[in-house]
Design a protein around this ligand. Sequence first.
Ligand code: NBP
Length: 483
Amino acid sequence: MTDKNELAQIGVVGLAVMGSNLARNFARNGNTVAVYNRSPEKTHALIEAHGEEGNFVPSETIEDFVASLERPRKAIIMVKAGKATDAVIDQLAEAMDDGDIIIDGGNALFTDTIRREKDVAARGKHFVGAGISGGEEGALNGPAIMPGGPKESWETLGPILESIAANVDGTPCVTHIGPDGAGHFVKMVHNGIEYADMQVIGEAYQLLRYGAGMEPAEIAEVFREWNSGDLDSYLIEITAEVLAQKDPETGAPLVDIIVDAAGQKGTGRWTAINGLELGVPITGIAESVFARALSSSTAQRSAAQEGQLPAGTIKALDVDKAEFIEDVRRALYAAKLIAYSQGFDEIKAGSEEFGWDVDPRDLATIWRGGCIIRAKFLDRIRAAYDNNADLPALILDPYFKGELEDLIDPWRRVVVAATQLGLPAPVFASSLSYYDSLRAERLPAALIQGQRDFFGAHTFKRTDKPGTFHIEWSGDRSLIQTD
Ligand code: NBP
């Protein structure tokens, strides 16, 4: 149904797959929704195909679109992230009145959101950068939404966003994350965790396929079973679906037909870059981004295969298949735990750096539904931060420490097996090194400090007394206290 005279509670600009599904979601949930797309064909197509799902108010100019919104106006931008977003913000800010709210629901870089929030606030309007997770299916049936921006905008926006968000146990998967770029920052790290979660699942598959010699359909059954335990999650569920799928053309397992070069749109890379900038070791996420890059290094990979880099002579392990499968399950759980722990570390560091006061419990709550990393496991994360909001690291929570007791030996065995089999398991292996680094009483950082002092007089601290010291390396090698 469309009615040009009815004022809309919310508007959506950009009606490609995400925007049109979000608009339908608003309409299906009883909101009158204004819709506008730069090229009117998409607006017409939406109304023609889905106009009966609720109340839509279509417009062909941004001015008509703005005029069709009730005050304070609320418009969500769902256009290609980047320049298009800036162009639409400018048009909306021009046409809107003071106090109106512009929401960017695209995958914006959080530093752009911080800049945009300042610019839009200077023009008298509110700007909310909102991370929206769940892909096109989530946009239609209930995404997880992570809005940042001014708290007062949340008072107005909250109820309408709650009406379309996913819902778990009566709790909507949306809450105000924090000021300016907090929402998009958290969405970025969510995507980084998603990269790591997908990569560890991929590594488990690789080991079962080429280590245990199992066929995709058989591995699909294993994943189905895993989905009823600690690993219960959307990603494990769809992994079973993908592995069970046959290619409709050839009848071969689809996974064997798909080119093994993973794509990316950049949010994982941003998460890794930001981790480097903040000095937070998000090794699982960074390795996952590198793993996708390596998979797409087609020329290098084919030269390495053709040139036959030596594989070594160590014989494969003789493992019991059932035990190996269970070990891989536990290694996957452990590596996943590390990736989440590191992701939450990054959120904590970002929140401190930018003064956002993000509550990790909110994330564990809203990520339980709608989003790609939704998992049973998030209830445990929520409980961990409920018990201790200042946990130094997620893996130090008593429940997860207990889990690690049972995971550590299988995890080590799997990394050894992968190494001996010559199978890549970058996140399984690097997460284990991260874990052992955290546990280590002494790290080689002492030696690195010595080297730095040797070549650059960078000084060092002593374990036995306060102060800053230097050795006269090129002189008599005496100790000098510099501070
Ligand atoms: P796209 O990212 O493919 O963007 C297409 C839309 O942007 C069209 O409506 C297009 O209008 C509009 N647009 C462009 Br391009 N340049 C414009 C300009 N200068 N002025 C006005 N409109 C312009 O759409 P999408 O895949 O639906 O994603 C929308 C946003 O949601 C993106 O930021 C994306 O990163 C984010 N997101 C996507 C997913 C997903 O699963 N796809 C998930 C989560 C978030 P036109 O029709 O006139 O060309």
